[in-house]
Design a protein around this ligand. Structure first.
Ligand code: RB5
Length: 149
């Protein structure tokens, strides 16, 4: 698996922590920035990661900002992206099992590095259940995605 990871200034330190988790998991990543705590605009980094996922250059994306929310809203504007904000292990797991989320966002001002590490581990290691009702519902989401273009 390969992932793209990005942040704004408010999520920079969390991004650096999550890169260590990815390394520990043996997951290769492309870091699209930002590379410091100097102020930048989160949609610019959300777009980089979301396009990498939507275009199939990576399997999944990870985005960090202050809350995780602006990154999530921005990433979901890109066709084919199913971004979720998850700050707990249960949500992270279910976002993979039921929603086939392909981008995870977290907020450095919301969650500490220890919980973020656990959330990311579960999110990376959980597969979409697929088949049956969950696949049909995800397909309906993607019809909405297409219709809203
Ligand atoms: C930056 O101050 C902050 O607004 C941003 O990181 C994020 O939390 C927005 O959703």
């Amino acid at each position: 698996m390969k992932v793209a990871i990005g942040s704004d200034h408010a999520g920079f330190h969390l991004k650096e922590e999550l890169k260590k988790t990815l390394e520990d998991l043996g997951v290769s990543y492309e870091d699209v920035g930002t590379n410091s705590a100097s102020s930048v605009d989160y949609p610019d980094y959300a777009e980089k990661v979301a396009r990498a996922v939507a275009e199939g250059r990576v399997d999944r994306g990870i985005l960090c900002c202050g809350t995780g929310l602006g990154m999530c809203i921005s990433a979901n504007k890109i066709h084919g992206v199913r971004a979720v904000t998850a700050h707990d292990v249960f949500s992270a797991e279910m976002s993979r099992r039921h929603n086939n989320a392909n981008v995870l966002t977290m907020g450095e001002r919301v969650v500490g590095p220890g919980i973020a590490d656990q959330v990311l581990r579960v999110w990376i290691n959980t597969e979409f259940e697929g088949g049956g009702r969950h696949e049909a519902r995800v397909n309906k989401m993607m019809v909405l995605d297409e219709a809203g273009k």
